[in-house]
Design a protein around this ligand. Sequence first.
Ligand code: 0WD
Length: 256
Amino acid sequence: MGLLTGKKALILGVANDRSIAWGIAKALKAQGASLALTYMNDAIHKRVEPLAQEIGADFIAQMDVSQDEHYAALRKTVEEKWGKFDILIHSLAFADKDDLSKPFLQTSRKGFLMACDISAYSLVGLCQTLEPIMNDHGSVVAMTYYGSQKVVKNYNVMGVAKAALEASTRYLAYDMGPRGIKVNCISAGPIKTLAASGISGFRGLLNQVEEIAPMKTGVSQDDVAGAAVYLTTSLSGGVTGQILYVDAGLSILGGF
Ligand code: 0WD
């Protein structure tokens, strides 16, 4: 029997088989959880459908977090299929590619609002909509990055959005805590995925981790997935509102 047998996990952010969310999906399944995956649009639907079949997901549902009407529709679908559920995985983010290459000083209001809306408000909107159909002692996990705390070249407006996501995690943890629902972030070191390839100079960041991080190695989807298992099971009882670093130790360094 797995650590998550009988639990239901809704996972947002599988875009392909390199997505961090896909690693998490496999790890939660291995612990016995039932899964549902969401997709943003038709293009991603084509890629998510076979993955959902491969992993034996109970259902898939459309969810573009920038669309207000998708929130209520998602809740309706989840309620119809499952009634209540236990685990929400938020593994998505978006910023205009232009804003991830030119100086932060040039960020437009539109680019700023979009990055914060899709990458941070979405967690608030999802918790607001889905909390009533989450079981007590559930768990919410979102993905963040160290560019929220310190300047990482070219991460720019996404760093600001991740700071908002991390602060939102703490306030959501406060509001959902009385029901025993944990809300935490995993701050992952750089991993080669579709989203990461949008960040100018990302390869350099990857190489840097291997050279500089205390563990002298990159971080994998499996490393992050292990942390997600911890945060979604009773192993992490009493842990909420936290940022758990899975970064081969990079963030403990004061200077390279
Ligand atoms: O190094 C990395 N890859 C790190 C990623 C280090 C630390 C944190 N993260 C975070 C990302 O910021 C994100 O929050 O992990 C999360 C997952 O990212 P990923 O696995 O690296 O990226 P990817 O496989 O591309 O999945 C992100 C997906 C999108 O894919 P594309 O690449 O097509 O934009 O987020 C989804 C989309 O499927 N997404 C949306 N989903 C719903 N509504 C939306 C939206 N509006 N926009 C993007």
